[in-house]
Design a protein around this ligand. Structure first.
Ligand code: 2AM
Ligand code: CA
Length: 266
């Protein structure tokens, strides 16, 4: 049976707005916070509740679809065959906890490994970045135009400056060289949102040493619609089943960042 992607996007969008309402409501209560892989990798009961919200909606409505989410509500997936929802219920949990601002919901639908729908919703700013494969990318009701290139020295790159000072990070020196050569860097603290910002021409590129599929799956659908590129630091295709280095940007800039900075064998 063929899938009506327009209809599916409408449903995904409605659930995203509903989830955003639940997140906003939660902000008036005390939030219970835990650490995951390290003391700065945070999760709250709201992250888990929102992931459950999506999981149950999807199970009830599309029992044949699969689910890949940050908080482990569903069983682990070992393939992207069929229709797979890739969801980060709150991307930028640290911002959610500290700032109550600058976090997003990231919802992607992939089909046999291809990104078909991408939604990144900045909850507090009411900015929905959305795309359906082949139909363009939008910020709320405005279509995002295909990217215009800037030279590297005039580019602004999204980057977490922590990567520059961590001794154990093997990419520390290439990233320092990149930071030296670009016009400036910005750090918003939500990978999904920063990738959406590249699609919207607010950033020229975004780079992270360690992301998971739910951080970038939706953003990449947006990027492809405006002609941007995404890969690992070595220029390889991103894997949607494991963690990875991630570099995204306008095509010429992306190529230059990979070939002249982070792409060499370490
Ligand atoms: P998260 O908020 O959903 O955990 C912060 O620079 C960005 O990196 C966020 O999008 C954050 O996603 C992501 N990230 C991925 N792995 C992380 C980790 N181990 N610790 C903190 N942030 C992580
Ligand atoms: Ca995330």
């Amino acid at each position: 049976m063929s899938i009506d992607w327009l209809e599916l996007e409408k449903t995904a969008r409605a659930w995203t707005y509903e989830a955003a309402g639940l997140i906003k409501d939660s902000l008036s209560n005390p939030i219970h916070i835990e650490a995951k892989s390290n003391p700065d990798d945070l999760v709250t009961e709201v992250d888990r509740a929102i992931e459950s919200f999506f999981y149950h909606k999807i199970q009830e409505t599309f029992p044949e679809h699969h689910f890949l989410g940050e908080e482990g509500v569903a069983e682990e997936l070992d393939s992207l065959n069929g229709t797979v929802w890739i969801i980060d219920p709150i991307d930028g949990t640290m911002n959610f906890v500290h700032q109550k601002y600058n976090f997003s919901i990231s919802v992607a639908v992939y089909h046999d490994g291809k990104g078909m729908i991408g939604l990144v919703y900045d909850v507090m700013n009411d900015e929905l970045f959305h795309a359906i494969r082949g139909r363009g990318a939008y910020l709320n009701s405005d279509e995002l135009v295909p990217v215009k290139e800037r030279p590297l020295h005039e580019s602004i790159i999204g980057l977490n400056a922590k990567w520059l000072v961590q001794e154990k990070n093997p990419y520390r020196n290439p990233l320092r060289a990149l930071v030296r050569d670009v016009r400036s860097i910005r750090s918003y603290g939500s990978a999904a949102l920063e990738i959406a910002y590249v699609a919207a021409d607010r950033l020229d590129g975004y780079i992270s040493v360690n992301l998971s599929p739910w951080d970038y799956a939706a953003g990449i659908v947006l990027l492809e619609e405006v002609g941007c590129k995404a890969s690992t630091f070595r220029g390889e295709h991103l894997d949607y089943l494991k963690k990875s280095t991630v570099i995204v940007g306008k095509p010429r800039l992306h190529k230059e960042m990979v070939s002249s900075y982070v792409g060499e064998e370490l």
